[in-house]
Design a protein around this ligand. Sequence first.
Ligand code: FMN
Length: 330
Amino acid sequence: MIKCRNNIFLAPMAGVTDAAFRRIAIEQGAGLTYTEMVSAKGLKYGNKKTTQLISPAANEDFFGVQLFASDTNSLKQSIEMIQTIHEGAVSVFDINMGCPAAKVTNNGEGSALMKEPKKASGIIAAAVKASSIPVTVKFRKGWDETSVNAVEFAKMCEESGSAAVAVHGRTRAQFYSGHSDNDIIAQVKSAVSIPVIGNGDIFCAGDAVNMFNETGCDAVMVARGAQGNPFIFREILHLMKTGSEAQPPTSAEKATAMLSQAKLSVVEKGEYLAMRQMRKHASWYLKGVRGAARARDEAVKMETFDDLVQLISKVFPELDVTELLNSISI
Ligand SMILES: Cc1cc2nc3c(=O)[nH]c(=O)nc-3n(C[C@H](O)[C@H](O)[C@H](O)COP(=O)(O)O)c2cc1C
């Protein structure tokens, strides 16, 4: 059993789902949140930056740590290490078998493991043995259109002890282009008895409902649709509960989310790094607001927290930013 608040999850995203963003996503209703993928080898060598990635946010009661590895030893050691450092705080270990990046697949990690199901099985079994909590696997439709094997791969995951599988309906060859295939997720769902988490192209509440209806999946996982839009979680929950669409976020809600995410990030990483990373988040949050193009030009140059405050004052002149800042507790 994987512990979660509800079945709408925030997907792992490298360079995006840090503790500050996860905390905002949880405030907006995300039922389970994951770290970005963390290298088991990096953890084994005590890399400080890597160690920071595995810390839960203050409100993160349902916390997934995603690891990638191609050897069972470093995976086993990092699972033991995380369980010692964050005893009881982690709900699930997810193993990344879907990452398409060449720097990962060239090491036989990420989606390269879809071409080596036997090796993948050994990795899963070793993780399950080392872990006192559920282990899951996240993978894709297949390596490319000529080698679609998500169904067989999911069965292998189940047999190897995986407690659930997350399936992104694109092949490795597609990276993030084209469309995610809900049909392959439906096929996986019919083939295994463990829970299936559907992933791919959920950009609005209706997309999540379609994913549930078309695939029969047990949970959905949102990645790009949550960038600059953590409100998508409450919107999905609202649509599922009431059948009607939620009110879109107000400018005050957008500004508050940006300010509190930035404030949390500054505390965690220091202003220099936090504000550089906030550049892309702010650009995402500002999509669709009036004067977005100019605001985004300014967002990508931000260096200090005060730059963000100035930017928000310009974009949303109707807001009292000092009042918003006073309302934020971290
Ligand atoms: C910027 C970015 C970083 C990502 N990093 C990870 C990662 O660390 N681990 C992982 O399993 N998937 C990662 N993904 C893939 C997503 O979790 C997800 O499977 C994919 O984006 C499809 O979902 P979507 O259509 O909702 O974006 C990443 C995707 C993006 C866009």
